[in-house]
Design a protein around this ligand. Structure first.
Ligand code: SF4
Length: 102
């Protein structure tokens, strides 16, 4: 079967759209504060709103972005966490398993 230039362009556009959609879907896989594991760990996507009475361990500037378990790139807005496989946490979030990055 011979592929015409037009067919090639259409297939290329479809491939690019699929890649863009995939990256968008991955970017949307954020941990929800209502996720059962997030609730168990006291995860809050905004560390400044952590209930300090409930989590006395919390102290600014602790946040996912400077946690040893954070897997996102330095300066990223969100990234993976070893405790939430397949999802992303906000770099400004926090949970009770926080461990300062060395
Ligand atoms: S373990 Fe660290 S990176 Fe993961 S949610 Fe808790 S504070 Fe954030």
């Amino acid at each position: 079967m011979k592929t015409t230039r037009r067919q090639f362009m259409i297939m290329s556009a479809a491939g690019a759209a699929t890649l863009a959609l995939n990256s968008k879907v991955q970017a949307q896989a954020m941990v929800s504060a209502t996720d059962p594991q997030a609730v168990a760990l006291g995860y809050n996507p905004d560390a400044t709103k952590v209930d300090k009475a409930k989590f006395a361990k919390y102290a600014a500037p602790q946040a996912c972005g400077n946690c040893a378990l954070y897997q996102g790139a330095a300066g990223s807005a969100a990234g993976g966490c070893a405790l939430f496989a397949g999802k992303q946490v906000s770099s400004k979030g926090w949970c009770s398993a926080y461990a300062k990055k060395a």
